[in-house]
Design a protein around this ligand. Structure first.
Ligand code: M6R
Length: 368
């Protein structure tokens, strides 16, 4: 049942190329247009939307953070992302022109369910992104995009997360198509980039031994920091969450630009800092990230950098380098999170923990 793997989690990490491919299947019609069959909202209803609020918990919340970057960039519709447990208790401003997007792998998370009930009482439309057919959250939503990860057994979400990202990109592109903020050619180009991702994830997985060795050398480490910028920031948060829940190691993710506003005081000799380096591009993201890496390194941190192939400028600042395939910055989370999953899984295994059933956690959290 675990396909020869020691844990369901490891099996699920290795299923990700297939899960991502399945989540893309049948979405890109021959005429170049995107189609989302289960999207029960009409094009007119989508055109009327002037604000999106994404609600979710844990890893699904980080998928929502990535979605914000993509949706705002491609559609120019403002997006808020909020933890489901906070959303309902702050008297949020919503009405019929607000689209609430609830992201939940299980479809049973109580915090998320209560939040969508609240949104519907305010007459907002609710769209669920969910991996579990017939679960409560999609049943209580106006529309749904199902992810096609297949059952996720490990408590730590892996393929669930990647397929949520795919669903978010599809939603963003579909909205862009309907609202006319992006045109056919551009949408097709992004779809082709997405369709290349399963092979790229497979190439990251083919180098897992290197990450495992690195992970095993961290047994005994008390604290790890994760840095990212832009779409790499939620990846840093997700990498830190994986390490907390599986290895019970103190881990924190930061937006690299925030370092100087406080967290850099944590850096001391030998502290491992995992850095998600954005691809080199026309923006300043890459340069800014490098300067953040230099800052922590100058204070004694041991930097482990995830950077795209061919990026030689990072070499002088990386104590350890993990190569990523070339992908545009908005899609980079799909490949960048994979080594972080492998790292947490292997480190927890080396420490003798139960990876599939970490202490104090349940797969679906059905209490508020
Ligand atoms: O089923 P959901 O996506 O609603 O679950 C949300 C969180 O409870 C979940 O992502 C949790 O954070 C995972 N254990 C993370 O690995």
């Amino acid at each position: 049942e675990k396909d020869g793997h020691d844990w369901f989690m490891r099996k699920e990490i290795f299923e990700q190329p297939r899960a991502v491919a399945d989540s893309l299947l049948g979405r890109h019609a021959r005429n170049g247009l995107l189609q989302l069959d289960e999207m029960r909202l009409s094009d007119q209803e989508l055109r009327d939307i002037d604000k999106i609020i994404i609600i979710a918990c844990g890893t699904s919340f980080y998928a929502g953070m990535v979605a914000k970057y993509a949706i705002e960039h491609w559609t120019r519709v403002p997006v808020e992302v909020e933890l489901a447990s906070e959303f309902r208790y702050r008297d949020p401003i919503l009405d019929y022109s607000t689209l609430v997007v609830a992201i939940s792998q299980s479809g049973e998370t109580a915090d998320t369910l209560q939040a969508i009930r609240h949104a519907r009482l305010q007459r907002s439309k609710v769209l669920a992104i969910c991996n579990t057919n017939g679960s409560t959250i999609p049943r209580e939503s106006d529309a749904v995009i199902y992810t096609h990860a297949g059952p996720e057994i490990g408590v730590a979400s892996t393929k669930g997360f990647l397929t949520q990202l795919v669903a978010c990109y599809l939603l963003a592109l579909y909205l862009a198509q309907v609202k006319g903020t992006r045109y056919g050619d551009e949408i097709s180009e992004i779809m082709h980039q997405l369709e290349a991702v399963p092979d790229q994830i497979a190439s990251v997985l083919s180098r897992s031994d290197e990450v495992y060795e690195l992970a095993r050398s961290h047994v005994g480490t008390r604290s790890v920091l994760f840095l990212g910028r832009h779409a790499g920031y939620p990846v840093a948060l997700e990498g830190a969450l994986k390490l907390k829940e599986l290895a019970y190691i103190h881990a924190e993710g930061f937006a690299a630009g925030e370092l100087k506003h406080g967290p850099i005081a944590l850096v001391e000799e030998g502290l491992p800092v995992l850095c998600v380096v954005p691809p080199r591009g026309r923006d300043q993201l890459h340069e800014k990230m490098i300067s953040g890496i230099q800052e922590v390194r100058a204070r004694g941190a041991r930097t482990i950098c995830l950077a795209e192939e061919g990026d030689t400028s990072i070499e002088p600042y990386a104590d350890h380098l993990i190569r990523l395939p070339k992908v545009p910055v908005l899609l980079q989370p799909l490949v960048a999170v994979v080594p972080l999953q492998l790292f947490a899984c292997e480190l927890a295994t080396a420490m003798g923990h139960d990876v599939d059933q970490p202490r104090n956690l349940a797969k679906s959290v059905t209490v508020e």
